[in-house]
Ligand binder design. Structure first.
Ligand code: FE2
Length: 304
């Protein structure tokens, strides 16, 4: 793992590898007490850090397994776990995870096996819920909890106003752009979340999968909305050109290079691209993203 001291209170921790959707970068916050946010570094490093630091609380930004599976080791160590209230059921039941992710898409059994055997999912029996009204008074009173849904229904970002730092979770502020590959993702919510953050006083973004972002922050949120608009435009063009849905999905919405990916990951990438395509198709049927956000008409989207 790589630990980067950001301030006296904040330590950004990146895993050695993020292969196979198994891990993410997290944040250690040392304030009144110590909390871990999204410390899913892989079993060995996550457990080492839990035992070395003995945090007072473990928090996750959202239920996705590459952010959440470490919490059962925290629970085993007696560390209270905090989960976004809208996603609490995902932590206590793999059946619920499967039924609300890959199950309806025809990949339930593959996803269940992957979650249990590769990612090490174990249901939690005891945890706390939080939402935007929660103040982590006892632990980190200065941390602002920001609901930033869209990537998932309860996705949350954490803002540290004293240092103008945002832990952005999976908002997609990195080079990959926003991801909305499950049916309970919502492009409109995601864009609203990005617009909400646009204009905030932020000097440093700490992301879950794209490292630290320092440059170009004033334009960052608009740039990510442009990524979404560009995808919409590309899909619209292909539909107009008479391409089939299967062709468009094979060409890629988020994953353009699926051909050489080994199973079962290749089917997961195709599944996620199919869902992202469907989200765009549904939006286009309602007039496209700009129909819901008139302010976007001022954003020039570069064609490619
Ligand atoms: Fe995620």
């Amino acid at each position: 793992m790589k630990q980067t001291r950001i301030t006296e209170k904040l330590m950004y921790v990146e895993p050695d590898s993020m292969a196979r959707f198994s891990s993410c970068a997290g944040l250690m916050v040392h304030s009144k007490k110590t909390i871990f946010i999204d410390m899913n570094l892989g079993e060995s490093d996550a457990r080492i850090l839990l035992s070395q630091i003995s945090p007072d609380a473990a928090v996750i930004t959202h239920f996705h397994l590459d952010h959440s599976v470490w919490t059962h080791w925290a629970e085993t160590d007696g560390v209270p776990v905090y989960v976004p209230a809208k996603e609490a059921a995902f932590l206590s039941s793999l059946d619920h995870v499967v039924a609300h992710t890959a199950g309806p898409l025809g990949y339930g059994e593959q996803w269940r096996a992957f979650a249990e055997n590769t990612l090490g999912f174990r249901a939690l029996s005891h945890f706390f819920s939080y939402d935007e009204d929660t103040v982590f008074l006892e632990f980190v009173p200065e941390m602002v909890v920001m609901a930033t849904p869209g990537h998932s229904p309860g996705h949350t970002s954490f803002y540290f106003p004293d240092d103008r730092i945002l832990f952005s979770g999976d908002l997609g502020l990195d080079r990959f752009g926003p991801w909305y590959g499950w049916q309970n993702c919502d492009i409109r919510d995601l864009v609203a979340s990005l617009l909400r953050l646009d204009g905030m006083k932020i000097d440093l973004v700490l992301s879950s999968h794209g490292g630290m972002i320092q440059k170009g922050i004033p334009d960052l949120f608009t740039a990510k909305i442009k990524d979404v608009l560009r995808r919409e435009h590309r899909i619209q063009q292909q539909l107009s050109a008479g391409k089939s849905e299967a062709e468009i999905i094979e060409n890629g919405v988020f994953y353009p290079h699926k051909k050489k990916v080994p199973p079962p990951l290749k089917s997961f990438l195709t599944m996620w691209d199919a869902v992202m395509f469907q989200h765009h198709k549904d939006l286009l049927a309602d007039g496209g993203l700009a129909a819901f956000f008139p302010e976007l008409s001022e954003i020039a989207v570069p064609r490619q």
